[in-house]
Write a protein that binds this ligand. Structure first.
Ligand code: 2HA
Ligand code: ZN
Length: 276
């Protein structure tokens, strides 16, 4: 067996968590990431026949959460109560590799959570979002939740209408409409850690890779850690420009005709109902 600490998927996962912490997106135990792994990717690093323990899903009612669409799938995931600050230093306590049981009833621990830990409290929201995104894109792999400062601030002072929120972000930086042409979906404040917010997030994630949780944070999804991180990073930068300028008279902007020309030039269909 190769050393798992040297596995490229683990290294890039740790680096990503570390970057998110350094950017101030994941204070204390804030934020969580889960990434689908191929069996072929992990089999050189661990014995997938050996289940360390079985972990029931938290915060969900069995009747409204069915993980069977993900049965047998393997995820690398951050632990509940764990700090992003510590992930890179000590992956084996702060992260786990779990496989969804064949009957969809629990997660089978294959590696990590060494001190008795378990997957993030948002695991149901992650699993439901993985199911929704896999239906939209077979190459989807990553769900990332964090608390980026300016996006969070923006949800206190801006309309939570998804089209209006998208329009403002697109106007704040030229690259936005190209990076997330499908826009962002915004959820009102909801109790986190529940299957209700999981189902609402997954429903929104059908239409967009970014789902804002008002007064809480954001969910980003993508094919790779870099793509997902980059999506959140781009939206957060736009929110920062908004927060730096929202209280000042707006003298210039990117108008709708210009946004449309960007979408046409880069060949991306813009979210319907946002531009004139
Ligand atoms: O995992 O961010 O939403 C801590 C959180 C919960
Ligand atoms: Zn959170």
């Amino acid at each position: 067996m190769k050393k798992i600490n040297e596995a490229p998927f683990l290294k890039s996962f740790c680096d990503t968590a570390d970057n998110m912490y350094r950017l101030g997106w994941d204070e204390r135990n804030g934020g969580n990431i889960s990434m689908l792994l191929d069996e072929s990717e992990v089999k050189d690093y661990l014995d997938t026949e050996r289940v360390i323990r079985r972990i029931p899903f938290m915060g969900v009612k069995a009747a409204s959460f069915d993980a069977s669409a993900l049965a047998g799938k393997i995820f690398l995931v951050t632990g509940t109560g764990k700090y992003f600050k510590n992930v890179k230093e000590d992956p084996e306590n702060n992260l786990g590799i779990v496989r969804i049981a064949l009957d969809g009833s629990c997660a089978e621990l294959l590696w990590g959570f060494k001190d008795g830990g378990r997957p993030t409290s948002e695991f149901p929201a992650h699993m439901m979002t993985h199911i929704a995104r896999l239906a939209a894109d077979k190459d989807h792999r990553v769900v990332m939740h964090s608390h980026p400062t300016n996006l969070l601030a923006m949800t206190y002072v801006h309309s939570l209408d998804s089209d209006a929120f998208t329009h403002t972000l697109w106007q704040m930086s030229t690259e936005c409409i190209v990076v997330f042409p499908e826009g962002v979906e915004v959820l009102p404040w909801m109790l986190c850690g529940t299957d209700e917010i999981g189902a609402a997030t997954a429903e929104k994630a059908r239409a967009a890779r970014l789902v804002v949780w008002a007064m809480h944070g954001i969910y980003g999804t993508g094919k790779t850690l870099d793509e997902t991180f980059g999506l959140i990073e781009t939206a957060e930068k736009a929110a920062q420009i908004y927060m730096l300028t929202a209280h000042l008279p707006r003298v210039n902007t990117i108008n709708d005709a210009e946004l449309r020309s960007l979408a046409e030039f880069f060949g991306v269909p813009p979210r319907k109902g946002v531009l004139d």
